[in-house]
Write a protein that binds this ligand. Structure first.
Ligand code: URP
Ligand code: ZN
Ligand code: ZN
Length: 456
């Protein structure tokens, strides 16, 4: 069996840095310790950080939505992931109305199988709650799908309060968990109609028709439904201070709630929306990019441990696809790319700016998503027994983000021209070198990860 010995690394975990050697045999890590001696391929990683492969628990690859399909399918999306040090994605298998959950899961297996360059798992987005769908939940669990997404907005996918109550009741029985897209659909519809009636149809009105109170109201309502059921839940892609305050209130009442935010809500501000259609449309996502004060509040919450994961909501559309809404912002497909840039951005603007520690970065990007989504300790940690998913990170390198060097089919990055510190140098997926010095050296090596129950 092939053995690799990483010598003199700085192994990062949620507890800090440990200077150690890491011994890999086949697809597993078999030892972490000082001065390991072994007949193995020796890789000197002096001066480098070794992270457990990053996990992006919020991607939408090959998603049919807004009369189109995301620019990144599993082939380009997962190459983009690997180049960003992401060895596992949890993508959203999404049930279309009229479909069973099994249909949706099969569809996603077909999309991902033999196309994925990183490991992949699936959440299931429930869009059509019916008696037969309820009967399918335990089969989902048996097939390794232990987390579900519920939408409180988007007509094609949203559930009403009673349906959310019923889904959570069933998930509690199974020991599974739901994440929710929290935005108040009624207010959004009303504001959109108002702006449209006034001829205000440029992308500037996208954020204005989905203001923070829409998120805050929905967060509060979702958490109160979860409290009535008495089950832990996740608020995904939290974007606003007002939403965060509702989470604080719920926690004070005793609610168990996990929170995810995304780099776009930590790094971008609503000045990205202006009268230049192509420029603004790139940033049309939901929830929208917020204000400086929201950004600050989210960084603070990360530091204080109020937010458990940072994933991306990678949902990419080319500029041409975005042009569907050139004369009506309501028709712009929502979403942006991000799977390739999250670790480097969190390192540069989180760790280097001392907003979070290296240990926190590791927890937010690897360990916590692995635990929350039932993959720990196979994923999310460098220790004996874990999959040998290892990112060799050079903390001293500098570069500038550019779509030209990225692997996404999107054609743009929201972070074009942004200076970053550190570099994803080499990436190992289950012991195989898949990315080396800017080049993907092994493609389509990804496998399905059947997940266990969330570790709460
Ligand atoms: O605009 C976004 N985020 N699109 C992706 C779907 C979602 O809401 O997560
Ligand atoms: Zn969402
Ligand atoms: Zn999403």
């Amino acid at each position: 069996m092939k053995k690799i010995l990483f010598k003199r690394g700085a192994v990062v975990s949620s507890r800090g840095i440990k200077h150690a050697d890491v011994l890999v045999a086949g697809d597993r890590i078999i030892a972490v310790g000082r001065h390991i001696k072994e007949d193995a391929e020796i890789i000197d990683v002096t001066g480098k950080l070794l992270f457990p492969g990053f996990i992006d628990a919020h991607t939408h690859f090959d998603l049919e939505v807004s009369d189109t399909v995301t620019a990144d399918r599993f082939d380009t999306g997962t190459k983009s992931a690997i180049a960003g040090g992401v060895t596992t994605v949890v993508d959203f298998a999404t049930q279309n109305k009229g479909e069973t959950l099994s249909d949706a899961l099969n569809n996603w297996h077909i999309k991902a199988f033999a196309n994925s360059s990183c490991d992949y798992a699936f959440h299931m987005a429930i869009s059509d709650w019916r008696e037969d769908v309820k009967e399918e939940l335990s089969a989902m669990h048996e097939q390794g799908v232990t987390s579900f997404k519920l939408y409180m907005t988007y007509p094609a996918m949203m559930l009403n309060d009673k349906e959310i109550f019923d889904v959570l009741t069933e998930l509690k029985r199974l020991g599974c968990i739901a994440g929710c897209h929290c935005e108040n659909a009624g207010i959004i519809d009303g504001l959109r109609e108002r702006y449209a009636a006034g001829g205000m149809l440029s992308p500037l009105y996208h954020p204005q028709s989905r203001p923070s109170p829409c998120e805050a109201e929905a967060v509060d309502r979702f958490l109160r439904i979860a409290e009535a059921v008495d089950c832990p839940v996740i608020v995904v892609h939290l974007s606003s201070q007002e939403g965060l305050e509702e989470i604080r209130r719920a926690r004070k009442r005793g609610a168990k709630v996990f929170v995810e935010t995304c780099p776009q809500y930590l790094l971008l501000e609503d000045s990205v929306y202006d009268n230049d259609f192509d420029e603004s449309a790139k940033y049309v996502c939901s929830p929208p990019i917020r204000k400086h004060s929201d950004r600050k509040a989210l960084w603070r919450a990360l530091k204080d441990g109020e937010i458990q994961t940072v994933s991306t909501d990678h949902c990419s559309f080319t500029k041409e696809q975005k042009r569907a809404g050139e004369y009506d912002f309501r028709l712009i497909p929502n979403g942006m790319p991000g799977v390739e840039t999250r670790p480097i951005l969190l390192y540069t603007y989180g760790v280097k700016k001392k907003r979070i520690s290296l240990a926190q970065m590791c927890a937010l990007l690897s360990e916590n998503p692995a635990k929350l989504y039932g993959m720990y300790p196979k994923k999310g940690v460098i220790k004996a027994g874990a999959d040998a998913d290892i990112v060799v990170f050079d903390p001293h390198a500098h570069s500038v983000i550019s779509a030209a060097t990225q692997h996404s089919a999107c054609g743009y990055t929201p972070y074009e021209g942004v200076k970053v510190c550190g570099e994803i140098e080499n990436v190992y997926l289950r012991g195989e070198l898949v990315y080396r010095d800017g080049v993907i050296v092994k493609e389509r090596f990804g496998r399905y990860v059947s997940r266990g129950k969330p570790e709460l």
